[in-house]
Design a binder for this molecule. Structure first.
Ligand SMILES: O=C[C@H](O)COP(=O)(O)O
Length: 249
């Protein structure tokens, strides 16, 4: 049975004192709904956040990770390092990583493998760009992103995968996909997973929507049957706004 998840991706926002302050604010909020709550601060604040959130019901994720386990990769962070500071979940494939750091499907497949080998859970992001949507290529693009980065996995690995559909044109733009557009794509994604694997794998995988989710639109988007949660950018930087979204479930 899949669960509802609301994850906050803080991106390159909040230094250490700001992380601690936001963590304290988040801990004051009440989760009145059914969603699991995850936040992803920057690397330098992960351990402090992990310590602050201990036993709060909120867990911490990393925004990225290197595919190698160790070695001469200046500036990079491994899965083992993340685990050593209490991080069990990693976001991979975010469109900003794809666009600004040239992360493609082949590299992402390796990162996914490394994360799973290290017993981490992966929130795997994917989604089409505006031109692809306008050209009605969005279903093809999404199918190929899934196929290239995830369909080499055995069925039982999918217990550790969360999908996050994020149409690039809706990220940080204030223009969200309509609830119907989100539902259509999420249903397509689930069908694609069922075709490759089976109905159980497809039914059990949580599919989050990301792209300008705010307190005023979360309930409608989350009301759709194949939308199991959200990956929240801007609105996750404010504790009240973020929990208004969490409590939309
Ligand atoms: O990872 C989060 C997404 O990029 C969504 O960001 P946003 O809520 O600011 O549009």
């Amino acid at each position: 049975m899949r669960k509802n998840i609301v994850a906050g991706n803080w991106k390159m926002n909040k230094d250490l004192p700001e992380t601690i302050a936001l963590a304290e604010e988040l801990k004051k909020q009440e989760n009145t709904g059914t969603a699991e709550v995850i936040v992803a601060p920057t690397y330098v604040s992960l351990y402090a956040a992990y310590e602050r959130f201990r036993e709060s019901g909120i867990t911490v994720a990393a925004q990225n990770m290197h595919q190698a386990t160790s070695g001469a990769y200046t500036g990079e962070i491994s899965a083992g390092m993340l685990k050593s500071v209490g991080v069990e979940t990693v976001i991979l494939g975010h469109s900003e990583r794809r666009a600004y750091f040239a992360e493609g499907d082949e590299l992402l497949a390796k990162k996914v493998d490394t994360a799973l080998e290290n017993e981490m859970r992966v929130i795997f992001c994917f989604g089409e760009e505006l031109e692809e949507r306008k050209g009605e290529k969005h279903f093809d693009v999404v199918e190929s992103q899934l196929k290239n980065a995830l369909f080499h996995l055995p069925a039982d690995a999918w217990k550790h995968i969360v999908l996050a559909y994020e149409p690039v044109w809706a990220i940080g733009t204030g223009e969200t996909a309509s609830p119907e557009q989100a539902q259509d794509m999420h249903a397509f994604i689930r069908k694609t997973v069922a075709t490759k694997y089976n109905e159980t794998v497809a039914d059990d995988v949580a599919i989050l929507y990301g792209g300008s989710v705010k307190p005023n639109n979360a309930k409608e988007i989350f009301s759709k049957p194949d939308v199991d949660g959200g990956l929240i950018g801007g609105a996750s930087l404010n504790a009240e706004d973020f929990f208004a979204i969490v409590n939309a479930f």
